[in-house]
Structure formats: structure tokens, C-alpha cells
Write a protein that binds this ligand. Sequence first.
Ligand code: PLP
Length: 423
Amino acid sequence: MADSTSPVWHPFTQHALTEPPLNIVRAEGAYLNTQDGRTILDAISSWWVNTHGHGHPHIVQAIRNQAALLEQVIFAGFTHEPAEQLARKLLALAPKGLAHVFFSDSGSTSVEVAIKMAVGCWHNRGHPRHRIIAMEHAYHGDMFGAMAVGQRGIFNAPYDPMLFDVARIPFPARGSEERTIDTLAALLRESPDSFAALIVEPLVLGAGGMKMYRPDVLSQIAAWCRHYGIFLIADEVMTGFGRTGTLFACEQGGVAPDLMCLSKGLTGGFLPMGVTLATAEIYDSFYSTDRTKTFFHSSSYTGNAIACAAAVANLEVWEREPVAERIQAIAEHHVQALAPFRGRAEVADARQTGTIAAIELRVPDAGYLATLGPKLNAFYLEQDILLRSLGNVVYLLPPYCVRAGELDRIYGAIDASLSFVRV
Ligand SMILES: *Cc1c(COP(=O)(O)O)cnc(C)c1O
């Protein structure tokens, strides 16, 4: 049903086929409140951004204070304490070797920056390299560079001829991990001097369908990159800030990437911001009295002071509250709750990494698949639960304030939906 009264064009929305959007007036903890008085349980952290719950008072206060003091200043030639403090805090927590923080506005921009830094570094070294290796089913954002390294499909088909060519390694599905590593090794052996970097989502491929792989595979990928001297870009835009059970997913593979992209959970889900963390080696290749070696990249709002203050406050919540324990409790709850789904006729796979749980449904054909997601989402929403399945993959990615009873309610709705989807 088209919503003909609003001029707003919504993301990933076919306005000819969808109901008018729900109007949200307030949010608190794990709940969204609609204009017409409904209270909806946010089981996907508002598209994976919210970490500690909506309206966390500490982050609210930090934003208030900063807005009254300094909202924004040009970030070339100027700096401010929230940015300096955030950079120091992030580097203290990040995998070792990362030594510099570059600010931008979103996950996509943090990826664009990482790719430009990797390629720019090889340029500055006098050994230009322009090829990137990426993983099948990857999602790195919707800008042109980010689309190029992501999985090609209906989402980016109109732009396909404009996207640069990328070498692919297969997704390391259970049982076929060797194929991934062998493909990578073969690519690197064949043309060791042509690749600038490999980009990968550590442990969980989010938009690709919450596909999960083993930490030791990530370690092996990192080892091959290191062996051949190509940069490893860890896109932790979704996996960062506790989603996979550790603060960063790279930790589980003992991996120290050359570049790391962060965004979604960075400000606790309050304000748009991205950062790209880089090693001293990469930074130093741009450090020169030769101006042409400058990293010529910026966006107007880069290093926004209010967003930086929100991000600092987000990290302070990690310091002050038992966030790691909450994450552990969610992970344990998932393990228990997923078990009964395994072996059911409607379920092809049920998997979990940290706070992320995914139930992959069996689908008879592609036509059925196309209509399944919207049907499921509508069914959950009728019960005041916000879930947004990725095709036939229903997943939970809750804010860390979620309670056991609320998780049970979500699993109950998913359980009920299984019989619903069969008819
Ligand atoms: C969401 C996402 C992005 C893009 O972030 P935006 O802020 O939406 O531009 C990039 N990489 C991964 C892994 C993501 O999940």
C-alpha cells in the first residue's frame, strides 16, 4: 500500500508494496513507542546500532553537555578534547598495532577510507597496487567503493558496470574452510604484487545473512595476508562493540588488522559516526614533507564533537556497568533457546556467535523466498516485536539491556512463525 501523503523516501523500502511506516515518538531501553500508543520490542537494535538500550541516560547527558559547549568545528587544523579522548580510548581497546584514528560519518565511509588508505599507502611507497580481495556474500555498505567490494546482486545490479573488479574468496562455510584458504593462497601466489588489501567481516557476515565462520579461519586469512605483505582490513562495523561476545571480533582469532572500520555501535547507537583505525606503518607512508603524499579525504562533519562525546560516553558505560556479563548472559540464553530449533523440519540451520542468533528456514523455491521475509516481519510486528529477516534468515541482535523474559518472548514468536510460514 503506497503512503501517498508523506514526501519521505525510506531506505531499502519499496513504497509500492509496503504499509506506511510506523511513527516512533520515543524509545527507552529495548522498547520503541509508537505515536498510536504501541510498545515494540526492538530485537535488532534498530538496525544493529544500539548497544546499551535506547535513551541510556549517561549518553544522553554527554550529548547535552557537549552540545552546549561545542557542537562542531572544522577538523583540519583544529581539534577538540572529545575527539582526542575518543581516539586514545579506542586505541587502548583495539587490537595491537593500530595507532591512528581517522574520523568519518558512517560504516560505508569508514570502509571507503580504509580502501583509500590501503591503496594510497602502496602509491606513496612507489609500488602502486589496485586490486582488493573480498569474501563472497560480504556487505561493506552502499557507497560505490563499498558496493564494489560487497556481494553483487539485485541490490547493486544497476551500478554493476561502474563497480571496480574485485577478487573473491569463497565464504568459509562449515566443512569447506580449506577451500577458502586454498583460494586465497592461490590468488596471492599467482600475483603477489597486485593486491593492495583484503577486506573481511570478522566471524559474522551480517547483511549477507548472518553467516558465521570459525575464528581460526580468520587467523589463517590474516596469516596469509601478512605472509604476502598485503593489508588486512577488518570491517567491524557490525561486529564491533560486543556483538560477537568480545569487544571486537578480531580478538577471538588473535588477529591484528592493519586497518579496522567501526561505526554502528560506536556512539551506542545515538549519532552517526565512523572511524578507521590504522597502523603506524600506514600512517607513516602518508607522513612526509611532500604535500602530494597527504591523505586527501574529508567530509564536512568529520570528527563531530557531539558524536565524539556520545562515543566516549558509550565506552564509559562499558567501564562502569557489567556490559560483558550482560553479553555473556544473552549468549548463553541463545545457546539454550536455539537447541530446540535444530532438527525441526522447517529449520535448515540455527547458529549463534555472541549476542547474535540466526535461524535459517528451509525454503522450497526462490519465489517463496521473496515473499517470506515480509510475511514473517509483519507477523512479528503484529506481536509488537521488531525483527527484520534477511530472506529466509530470522535473526536476533538485541540491545544488551534485553532481559531473559524478553528474549523468551522473541523466541516464542519465532517458534509460532514456523507453523505460520508452512501454510
Ligand atoms: C552496516 C554495515 C556497513 C555500512 O554501514 P553504514 O553506516 O550503513 O554505511 C559496512 N559494513 C558492515 C559490515 C555493515 O554491517
